[in-house]
Every structure is written in structure tokens, then in C-alpha cells.
Design a protein around this ligand. Structure first.
Ligand code: C2E
Ligand code: MG
Ligand code: MG
Ligand code: MG
Length: 285
């Protein structure tokens, strides 16, 4: 009886595994086709000065316009792209699109591009960035790369060497989702980062969890003493913004200022204005 039940479970499990395998295979196949068909596009979300709401940069966020499934968010396909190595090609194409877009803005806002640990562990990556800067004409100091703590959590020295090389050329480096990964402070100290992005899980629990205020204070304090800017992710309410201002957070990003969009506000793109407050008619007070 018990034996039968066990065998049944194994059967169900095997079918589940086969389904998963099939699913990721077709996703892999679909992604390869999508790269050729240019189904991946870049959305842009503003990052603003916490006090003035002047635009500091835009973060480039990949989207997949799937012919059957519609708009797909990165969490549904980036992990597979990383597993198959396709992220290298995909990431290069995001970088190209984002730099080309930013190079034609009338305002000198920076463009922030996410980089996967897989990309960063490739010795070719620095050269790819350099050639894209040349090809698009974007000045190196207007490009920011967002890397995660896990990128540095490796035996290899390639990620650190690559980041240091990029910084020498003038490219800025941010550490993304800070506080959620395994930070190795000793590894982190081998690179001078320009920004720390405080993960949105901290921002969303600002008013409900007592510890959160202290954690954010710790991170902004660390950023200050290391000469970095602190950026809060996922700011959705005025109350959160006010807490973050009080905690000394320089920059903010979130739905309160703007959702990721496939275009840049034309007033900002053409340099008529440089502030989210004025673009949206937001009244400061
Ligand atoms: P991330 O780099 O931490 O990007 C911030 C995420 O928070 C984005 O999700 C953004 O849409 C979302 N967000 C921004 N403001 C708010 C807010 O106020 N509330 C809430 N609830 N969410 C907010 P998205 O676009 O789905 O991207 C998810 C993740 O996928 C990114 O997290 C990044 O790790 C990865 N990703 C996106 N584009 C790329 C890419 O081109 N290359 C690589 N390697 N990864 C990417
Ligand atoms: Mg990011
Ligand atoms: Mg982030
Ligand atoms: Mg995140």
C-alpha cells in the first residue's frame, strides 16, 4: 500500500520534471527566435534627486513583447537566459539600445543598465562595453552599470578586474538590491562603487518594521562614509519618500515618480525641462 503510494508519487514527480524540462526548452527556443526577431525592448524608469526631483538617470529595464503571451517581465525569462548563456547576447543588445537612446537626449541624464553575474564573469565584457560606447558616442561617464552582490561572490577575479577597468574609463558602477544578497565586505572594498541601491523590500517595510529604519540608516551612513550615493528603490508613497529624505537618502526611484515606460517624457528627452516635478505638474511643498 505504502509502496504503491511511493511509486505513484515518483510517477507524478517524473511527469512534473518532464513538463518543466519541456517548458524551459521551448522558452529557450522562443528566446533565441525572439532575439533574432527583436522582440526584446527596453523600458525606462527615472531615478530622481530625493529633494528636488531633478532627473538623475534612467534605469533600462528589459521587456519581452511575446507574439502570443504579450508583455513579459524579466523575472520570467532572465533566469533561463542566464542558465543557457543567452544573457550575454541579450545583455549586449540591451546595452546597445540603452546607450543609443541616451546618446540622443538633450539632457545629460545618465543611463543605468543591469548586468548579470554571467556577463560580468566573461573576460570579453569590458571590451564589449567600450565598443558600444564608441559606436553610440555616449560619453563613458553617462553610463552606469548595476551589478548585484552575487556578482562578486565568486572565486574568480574577473568581475573585480572588469569593474575596475570600466571605472578607470569613467563608467559608473552601482551595487543593486543591496542588503538582500551575501555581501562580502572584503570583496566589496576592492572596488570603489559610485552608488548603493537599497532594495525595495526595505523601502516597502519602512513604516511597518522597526528594524528597517535602522538598516536604511546604516546603509546610507555607509554610503556617505565611502563617498557613494544611496538610492532607494521601489518608492511608492509620499510617506516613504519623507522617511527616506530624513534618513539621508540622496536619490529615489519608484512608482511615485514614474513607472518603467517604453519612452522618455518628450519634455525631458528634448531638454525643455529636467525635473519630474515639473513634467508631471507635481506640487512640492
Ligand atoms: P532591479 O534592477 O532591482 O529593477 C527594479 C525593479 O523594481 C524593476 O522590476 C522595476 O520595474 C521595479 N520597480 C520600480 N519601482 C517600483 C515600485 O515603486 N514598486 C514596485 N513594486 N516595483 C518597482 P522589473 O522591471 O520587473 O525588473 C526586475 C529585475 O530584472 C530587475 O531588478 C533586474 O534585476 C532584472 N533586469 C531587468 N532588466 C534587465 C537587463 O536588461 N539585464 C539583466 N541582467 N537583468 C535585468
Ligand atoms: Mg537594477
Ligand atoms: Mg534593484
Ligand atoms: Mg530588484
Amino acid at each position: 500500500e505504502a509502496k504503491n503510494e511511493g511509486a505513484g508519487k515518483i510517477k507524478v514527480f517524473r511527469q512534473w520534471m518532464l513538463d518543466k524540462l519541456q517548458e524551459s526548452r521551448t522558452l529557450e527556443h522562443d528566446m533565441a527566435v525572439a532575439l533574432v526577431n527583436k522582440e526584446f525592448v527596453v523600458y525606462y524608469q527615472p531615478i530622481v534627486d530625493s529633494f528636488s526631483r531633478e532627473i538623475y538617470s534612467y534605469e533600462a529595464l528589459i521587456r519581452w513583447i511575446h507574439p502570443l503571451k504579450g508583455l513579459l517581465s524579466p523575472d520570467s525569462f532572465i533566469p533561463v537566459a542566464e542558465k543557457t548563456g543567452m544573457i550575454n547576447e541579450m545583455g549586449k543588445s540591451v546595452l546597445e539600445m540603452a546607450c543609443r537612446e541616451a546618446a540622443c537626449w538633450a539632457v545629460p541624464a545618465k543611463i543605468s543598465v543591469n548586468v548579470s553575474p554571467v556577463q560580468l564573469s566573461s573576460k570579453a565584457f569590458a571590451g564589449i562595453v567600450l565598443s558600444i560606447l564608441k559606436e553610440t558616442g555616449l560619453p563613458a561617464d553617462r553610463l552606469e552599470l548595476e551589478v548585484t552582490e552575487s556578482s562578486l561572490f565568486t572565486e574568480s577575479n574577473t568581475p573585480i578586474n572588469t569593474l575596475n577597468k570600466l571605472r578607470e574609463w569613467g563608467v559608473k558602477i552601482s551595487i543593486d538590491d543591496f542588503g538582500t544578497g551575501y555581501s562580502s565586505l572584503s570583496r566589496m572594498s576592492k572596488i570603489a562603487f559610485d552608488k548603493i541601491k537599497i532594495d525595495k523590500s526595505f523601502v516597502s517595510s519602512i513604516s511597518t518594521q522597526e528594524d528597517t529604519l535602522n538598516i536604511i540608516k546604516l546603509i546610507t551612513g555607509m554610503a556617505k562614509s565611502l563617498n557613494m550615493k544611496a538610492v532607494a528603490e521601489g518608492v511608492e508613497t509620499q510617506e516613504q519618500l519623507e522617511s527616506l529624505q530624513a534618513l539621508g537618502c540622496d536619490l529615489a526611484q519608484g512608482y511615485l515618480f514614474g513607472k518603467p515606460q517604453p519612452y522618455i517624457d518628450r519634455k525631458i528627452r528634448y531638454g525643455e525641462i529636467t525635473s519630474i516635478a515639473r513634467a508631471s505638474g507635481f506640487r512640492q511643498g
